[in-house]
Design a protein around this ligand. Structure first.
Ligand code: ATP
Ligand code: MG
Length: 642
């Protein structure tokens, strides 16, 4: 924890203000969230703040509101009508800018067209689009008429798409002819056609013309987006929606297993993200907010579409890969649009560290005020690099811990209400209203510095309502492990200042000779070696020790694999973590198996080195990573048996 290298002013921001607000919020959560809810515009006030029938929460029942009204109509009534809502940057450098009034018009036209197609309140609409403005428009149009969207990341296969359409029984799909990635056309419509061979619920497909290549159109089913909105009316009244009506269904990333269909409410979810984006990102109407996640993940739902638009900020949407055509693509975009809040993942930061600081140095990044990180724990090295090279030692880093299930950030510094001293690698403290705790197997709070399970002891408005059509699994997965508490599935530790340190997935823990070690601790130690850019650590079953440590490491530019380096890494790990952390094997690879959202799929590596079936791979980003790991492992086995 390299706090000593932080500039003084970042170390001494006041903590008292946070503590006061936090304590008060938990004294009476209904009072607290009731106050927060008043910050939105409701068509009808709720009858009650919370109806809590553990584990089922109804937030603001009886209250009526509309997400698209809050994100668009509200601004159109003010000066913001002519301000930029969306800056879109295409992969080939194309630009599109939509003001709030233009966004209003587009949302209304599509809402009208959807209604004409017979989409009604409660119907499910699947969205499978590249990162183009129509993605946000489709979500808002669906919400406007009370339908429920399920966004499927456009990098997913036809099987993953069909699964999600079938699980939600979606009636309409909004997609595109294709998208661009690294200069190539991704033929989305072909994937759609394959998926729709096995989706009985689906009636209509709406296709945005993005790439313009020839595609097949199925008579009676397929419709061009631009044709159906051509004569559409631009004034569809936003339907008042009851607070507990689902806003969307979204599947988790699948890092630990088969994705789960998370259902989010309208009122609770919107109240929650409205408040936390103020606290965590200090978002203002003059902010230019850029979250680099895909809208296909919860980060994109909350951080690209709903929260920044509710706040009347300008958002940046970028289509394409982060390092294409050059490794300064992102820094160029920040400079171009004068981005003030930038939100990305540790995996992206580590990738840019590998490219070197000369790339961000080419650009003026002075507009930045706050930097965010999400998706995995950020190792202190990456934190410091981000802080210095991107934030110019000026911008606080908000390391935000949350999940698809939580709807919004739960543990994070909150500069919008008073920034606490930062510690690189720690998500710091829970947000107001979030009763987080770290407990042992038996649900008792762990002592300082002892790893345990992260749980949430009180309901919060952003929480999932259930798993789609599977309330039993919802109960089982989240509310049965510890009594009266939400189980996050993550390992965590609290330090002497009660700061939270996330230590990876609880089901990815290693059990070595009686010691239980989180993957995160070991990976962070390996990555602190100057030669290593990224690493995955897994436990391989072992007859005597229980498990042994196996490391897959990607080296930084300028380093090459050698037996000597392996020895050096082993020594490094033993020195930092202790002698018990002696790896049995270290493999050097050029890629790690990751989910499409950029998280390491340790379960895949674990299955591989344990000679077990690899399991669900629908969310795997790049099959070549598994092939490479497999080759490295096979080669090792061959040498060992010679
Ligand atoms: P699945 O539940 O299907 O395995 P997933 O957990 O990867 O998928 P998400 O909901 O996208 O799906 O990810 C949430 C998880 O990401 C958290 O539970 C945590 O493990 C990790 N995470 C997110 N943000 C942070 C952070 N700031 N620090 C540490 N871990 C984080
Ligand atoms: Mg999860």
């Amino acid at each position: 924890m390299q706090t000593e290298s932080l500039p003084v002013e970042l170390r001494y921001w006041p903590i008292k203000r946070y503590r006061d607000i936090y304590k008060k919020s938990l004294d009476d959560i209904e009072e607290f969230w009731g106050q927060e809810a008043r910050k939105l515009e409701w068509f009808r006030t709720w009858d009650k703040v919370l109806d809590w029938d553990l584990p089922f929460a109804k937030w603001f029942p009886g209250g009526m509101l509309n997400a698209s009204y809050l994100c668009v109509d509200r601004h159109v009534k003010t000066w913001r009508r002519n301000k930029v809502a969306i800056y879109w940057e295409g992969e080939k450098g194309e630009e599109r800018t939509l003001s709030y009034s233009q966004l209003y018009r587009e949302v209304n036209r599509l809402a009208f067209a959807l209604q004409k197609l017979g989409v009604k309140d409660g119907d499910r609409v699947a969205i499978y689009l590249p990162m183009i403005p129509e993605l946000a428009i489709a979500m808002l149009a669906t919400a406007r008429i009370g339908a429920i969207h399920t966004v499927v990341f456009s990098g997913f296969s036809s099987i993953a798409l069909a699964d999600r359409i079938n699980d939600t029984e979606a009636k309409v799909l909004i997609t595109a002819d294709g998208g661009f990635r690294r200069g190539k056309i991704i033929r989305l419509k072909e994937l759609v056609d394959t998926a729709l061979e096995s989706t009985p619920s689906l009636e209509k497909v709406i296709i945005v013309k993005r790439t313009g290549q020839e595609i097949g159109m199925k008579e009676g089913r397929d419709l061009w987006y631009h044709e159906i909105i051509r004569d559409a009316e631009t004034n569809v009244p936003p339907l008042p929606i009851e607070s507990t009506h689902p806003l969307y269904i979204l599947y988790t990333s699948g890092t630990t297993g088969k994705p789960k269909g998370i259902v989010h409410s309208t009122g609770g979810y919107l109240v929650y993200i409205n408040s936390i984006y103020k606290w965590v990102f200090d978002i203002q109407e003059e902010s230019v907010y850029w979250c680099t996640a895909d809208v296909g993940w919860v980060t994109g739902h909350s951080s690209i579409v709903y929260a920044p638009l509710m706040h009347g900020a300008s958002i940046v949407i970028h289509e394409g890969a982060p390092d294409y055509p050059k490794p300064d693509r992102w820094w160029e975009i920040i400079e171009k649009y004068k981005v003030t809040i930038f939100y990305t993942s540790p995996t992206a930061i580590r990738m840019f560290m590998r490219y070197g600081e000369e790339w961000p140095k080419k650009h003026d990044l002075e507009s930045l005020t706050i930097l965010g990180s999400v998706g995995e724990s950020i190792n202190p090295e990456a934190w410091m690099w981000y802080f210095k090279k991107i934030g110019g030692e000026r911008c606080p880093i908000v390391d935000t811990w949350w999940q698809t299930e939580t709807g919004g950030v739960m543990i994070s510094p909150a500069p919008g209400i008073g920034l606490v001293p930062l510690k690189p690698g720690s998500a710091t403290l829970p947000l107001p209203g979030i009763d987080a705790e770290v407990v042992d197997e038996n649900g008792r709070p762990t002592s300082t510095g002892v790893r345990g399970y992260l749980i949430i002891k009180k309901p919060w408005p952003g929480m999932l309502m259930t798993l789609y059509r599977d309330p039993e699994r919802y109960k089982q997965a989240y509310w049965s492990r510890f009594p009266n508490a939400f189980y996050t599935g993550d390992y965590c530790m609290m330090d002497e200042d009660e700061y939270f340190w996330l230590l990876g997935r609880a089901d990815e823990v290693l059990k070595i000779a009686g010691h239980r070690m989180g993957t995160m601790e070991l990976e962070s130690a390996i990555v602190s070696h100057p030669a290593v850019a990224e690493a995955a650590v897994i436990g391989k079953p072992h007859e005597i020790k229980g498990e042994t440590i196996v490391v897959f490491a990607i080296l930084k530019q300028g380093y090459s694999p050698s037996e000597e380096l392996k020895k050096d890494l082993t020594g490094h790990l033993r020195k930092i973590v202790g002698p018990v952390a002696t790896p049995e094997q270290i493999y050097f690879v050029s890629k790690l198996p990751k989910t499409r959202s950029g998280k390491i799929m340790r379960r895949v590596l674990k299955a591989l080195v344990s000679d077990k079936p690899i399991g669900d791979l629908t969310t795997l980003e790049d099959k070549a990573s598994v092939e490479e790991a497999k080759r490295a492992y096979e080669e090792f086995k061959r040498i060992m048996t010679q």
